[in-house]
Write a protein that binds this ligand. Structure first.
Ligand SMILES: [Mg+2]
Length: 475
């Protein structure tokens, strides 16, 4: 696409609609730039449309955009393409353990693309909605190591957060088998003066437990406690005169799980237990200790739950509005809101999570949710998925291409990118100098910009084979 010799004149081949192809005869002094050529030969070219997107995307992350710590082929380019096209999208992951800001920064670095934390929905993100209920009430948080989850919960706005380690510091022998993990709990547990008297109002499982032994024990204790006070047993448990045989009838804490996945894919060659397996254990213990005569009431969020898709859609709508406002400010094209999103494509690798969630979700904003199953993660190509997606695609790049094609985006896509080429927004010289005046001429940035340019050209060519071609000199 571009010569490596900066002194030579370079050309890049970009596609334009056949109807716009004309013989280019350059007049004037010196080497004309693209704007000159286009103004001269394409006077009727429409202005780049303001962002009018009525489609949107929701991406799972693991097995779709990254595998382990590495980006999957085409992932970064695909996200950049949507950024260029001003198409709204969110990330909808059952991962977690960090604030949205920190997790977005981590994925952003892995993919080398800018991600707004407002686009980032983790398994426990809907816990934000619990803050008004439990802001100043005590909650027990489960999962992660050290004070990782306590810190995230406090960043969310919960002001009274305790951990199993705090309980261990207060009652060393509440842990039935402390030999292997006592040091960790002693190091991270905080002395809490009213731990023996103040009730714990809720148990929030944020992430996978690192010490199932103590976590299952203290959660089970609290579910049988009197009023959520640790170490105090309810006298109502087993009373057949009461509803649920007296279980959970004594103001015990409400129980929340954030991720129903039974297992997950790691670098190991077989799946590993995830939070769903931990919940199965607690339910098994509960069944045994209540002789199967009491229901364990809990709320489970994360994909494929309706709660998470509802929350994700709300975030998507808000992000779309934010993007639209900033675009309008940039263009000076006035106020008004964005058009309603009509179609959302959920791209995922897990039929039991991403696909069934999108298939069954009833949109609150009247959009149609389609699912696209890719072959780069949990789902193995050639096997029968447990839930049929709306579409199949090899990878995320093919999935987005397929969606844009289905939505008839081809023509306007070509025009939009083409107009950006015309306006100099997608034109780079053969050194990759593209961002005049931003002061960053680092080698990496040049390389990235140059690669971006190549990807843009390739995207157009791949997606719009019906277009004719015109050779244009790079600036
Ligand atoms: Mg996945």
């Amino acid at each position: 696409m571009a010569s490596s010799n900066p002194s030579s004149r370079t050309f890049t081949t970009l596609a334009v609609p056949d109807s716009m192809s004309r013989k280019v005869q350059v007049t004037g002094k010196g080497t004309p730039n693209l704007t000159t050529i286009v103004k001269q030969y394409f006077p009727d070219m429409p202005r780049e449309p303001a962002q009018k997107s009525t489609i949107a995307f929701a991406f799972d992350i693991d097995g779709v955009l990254v595998k382990g710590k590495e980006p999957l082929p085409g992932a970064s380019e695909t996200i950049r393409l949507l950024q260029r096209l001003k198409i709204p999208y969110i990330f909808l992951t059952n991962g977690g353990g960090l604030t949205e800001k920190d997790h977005a920064a981590k994925v952003s670095a892995r993919l080398d693309v800018d991600i707004d934390p407002d686009q980032f929905v983790q398994s426990h993100s809907p816990f934000h909605d619990l803050v008004p209920i439990y802001r100043n009430r005590r909650i027990l948080v489960v999962g992660g190591e050290g004070n990782q989850i306590r810190n995230v919960a406090e960043a969310y706005g919960f002001n009274d957060v305790v951990t199993s380690s705090d309980l261990f510091v207060e009652w060393k022998n509440c842990h039935p088998f402390p030999e292997l993990t006592a040091q960790h709990h002693s190091a991270h547990g905080r002395p809490t003066p009213d731990l023996r008297t103040k009730e714990i109002a809720a148990i929030l499982v944020w992430s996978s437990s690192r010490d199932w032994c103590i976590d299952l024990q203290v959660m089970h204790d609290l579910l049988l406690s009197c009023g959520g006070v640790f170490g105090k047993k309810s006298s109502k448990a087993g009373d057949v005169e009461l509803p649920n045989n007296g279980y959970l009838q004594d103001n015990q804490p409400k129980l929340y799980f954030s991720n129903p996945d039974f297992n997950w894919v790691t670098e190991y060659h077989q799946p590993r237990f995830a939070q769903g397996a931990f919940r199965e254990c607690l339910e098994g213990l509960w069944r045994y200790s209540t002789k199967g005569e009491a229901k364990l009431e809990c709320t489970s969020i994360g994909k494929p739950s309706e709660t998470t898709y509802t929350y994700g859609e709300r975030m998507l709508k808000a992000f779309h509005e934010k993007m639209y406002r900033s675009q309008n400010m940039e263009d000076g094209s006035g106020g008004g809101g964005p058009p309603a999103i009509k179609t959302v494509y959920m791209i995922g690798d897990n039929p039991d999570s991403d696909i069934v969630g999108a298939n069954t979700y009833k949109s609150r904003m009247g959009a149609v949710w389609n699912s696209i199953l890719v072959e780069t993660g949990v789902y193995q190509a050639g096997t029968e998925p447990s839930h049929q997606p709306t579409y199949h695609a090899k990878n995320v790049a093919d999935a987005v291409r397929l969606a844009l094609d289905k939505e008839g985006y081809g023509d306007s896509l070509g025009k939009r990118i083409w107009m950006r080429v015309i306006q100099g927004k997608e034109v780079y010289d053969n050194e990759g100098r593209a961002n005049k005046g931003d002061g960053d001429n680092s080698c990496n940035k040049k390389k990235r910009v140059l690669q971006d340019r190549i990807n843009t050209a390739e995207s157009i060519e791949a997606m719009l084979p019906q277009f004719g071609k015109l050779k244009l000199p790079a600036r």
